[in-house]
Design a binder for this molecule. Structure first.
Ligand SMILES: C[S@@+](CC[C@H](N)C(=O)[O-])C[C@H]1O[C@@H](n2cnc3c(N)ncnc32)[C@H](O)[C@@H]1O
Length: 382
């Protein structure tokens, strides 16, 4: 089996845990999630998690690996804040069983939704070692909450933001762009972001809504040009307010980038547990990706060859402000083609900088990342 040949570092220092429950299923969301029922609830999830853990140990140990010295942990959803105090206790037991400790240098994030938390619950997660939160706000314009089928009120969003402002913790806010009826209702996303900044998040994620053909509001989505304008407008606005646009959909105050997500974008190893969690183990000569089945403790495996690894690495490095080291692309017969492409991108305003042999994209370049990748293929540079 090809993946056995991959040599992998021995400690995996990042872990993603997927918690699959929500109070309500929003009409646009494509993540795996369920409303708890008698047939499938938190205790079924705990059983599945424990079964996965046994299989996971094997996945790691057959590759000479184990979880260790956790530097980043991300508990995503679903709505992990619904896991409550019971979840914090479960996490503590799990970490103890594994001989893992969370420390004050690591980044350990929990997703929290408005209306699904109490002061006591957050304090319990803090006690378990969580030190960063990610809040699902999506919009601060009351008119868009029912369109998005959100189950919380605007008041609940402000309550949560106010709480995090008060405790002075690092936290991030999720927002969405390109919402249905944005044009007709004249959504003013800058006004919403201005309100958000009052609550001092250190990080903001801004995702352009992606939908299926069958989406209930498909006909009311704004046009691509309108969305592009909205995206560039928010990027400008947040940069003016001191944020770095450090990844296609992510902004942070300097030094407050998500360490966990940067590992994905650098193709570093990140283990995963929980239904539909996806882990990646980096090797010297490629990598191994595994995605948990949602109902049992089996995984879908994907072995990345050297070439696939390199291509992903190029794509992912262009997603972040670190950019791509152009010298990684040299050495074939295409140096000239690459230089002309870089020049073309510069003239079109796709580059934010070209320093020390690194190409990094501007917000306009981020928006056109796919066509930039197409250019590299067309010119046979990759
Ligand atoms: C794992 S989800 C978090 C779910 C969380 N329970 C919530 O509803 O806020 C992470 C983020 O992905 C974004 N997201 C979810 N569905 C999306 C979609 N179809 N298109 C773009 N972004 C989406 C939302 O901003 C969401 O907060």
């Amino acid at each position: 089996m090809e993946d056995k040949k991959i040599k992998i570092e021995d400690e995996v220092k990042s872990l993603y845990i997927h918690f699959p429950f929500c109070k309500h299923i929003c009409n646009y969301c494509d993540f795996y999630k369920r409303v708890p029922s008698e047939a499938y609830n938190v205790s079924s999830f705990h059983n599945l998690f424990n079964e996965q853990d046994v299989v996971h140990e094997r996945i790691l140990s057959t590759r000479g690996l184990k979880l260790g010295g956790l530097e980043t942990l991300y508990i995503g959803g679903g709505t992990p804040s619904l896991w409550g105090e019971e979840g914090a206790r479960f996490l503590e037991l799990f970490l103890r069983k594994k001989g893992l400790e969370l420390n004050n240098k690591g980044e350990y994030t929990l997703e929290v939704n408005p209306g699904t938390w109490t002061d006591k619950v957050i304090s319990r997660w803090l006690k378990a070692g969580i030190n960063r939160f990610s809040v699902g706000v999506q919009s601060l314009d009351e008119r868009f909450l029912p369109i998005l089928d959100r189950v919380h009120t605007l008041h609940e969003s402000f309550e949560l933001l106010d709480y995090f402002k008060g405790v002075e913790l690092d936290y991030s806010v999720d927002f969405m762009l390109g919402l249905p009826n944005s044009e007709s209702l004249q959504r003013n996303v800058l006004e919403e972001l201005d309100k958000i900044l009052f609550y001092k998040p250190s990080h903001i994620s801004l995702y352009i809504l992606t939908t299926k053909e069958s989406y209930i509001h498909q006909k009311s989505l704004p046009k691509d040009d309108w969305i592009a304008e909205e995206y560039l407008k928010v990027s400008n606005f947040l940069i003016e307010r001191g944020f770095n646009h450090y990844e296609v959909s992510n902004f942070s105050l300097p030094g407050k980038e998500s360490k966990h997500n940067l590992r994905y974008w650098s193709l570093d190893s990140v283990a995963a547990l929980g239904p539909s969690g996806t882990g990646f183990l980096k090797g010297n000569n490629g990598g191994f990706r595994y995605k948990w089945n949602v109902h049992d403790s089996r995984v879908k495996e994907e072995v990345l060859s050297k070439r696939e690894f390199e291509l992903e690495k190029i794509y992912l490095s262009l997603r972040t402000f670190r950019g791509l080291n152009v010298s990684d692309l040299f050495g074939k017969d295409n140096d000239h083609a690459l230089y002309s492409l870089i020049d073309e991108w510069r003239l079109k305003g796709y580059l934010s900088s070209l320093e020390n042999e690194r190409v990094s994209l501007s917000p306009k370049g981020f928006l056109l990342l796919d066509s930039i990748m197409d250019d590299l293929f067309r010119e046979k540079i990759v």
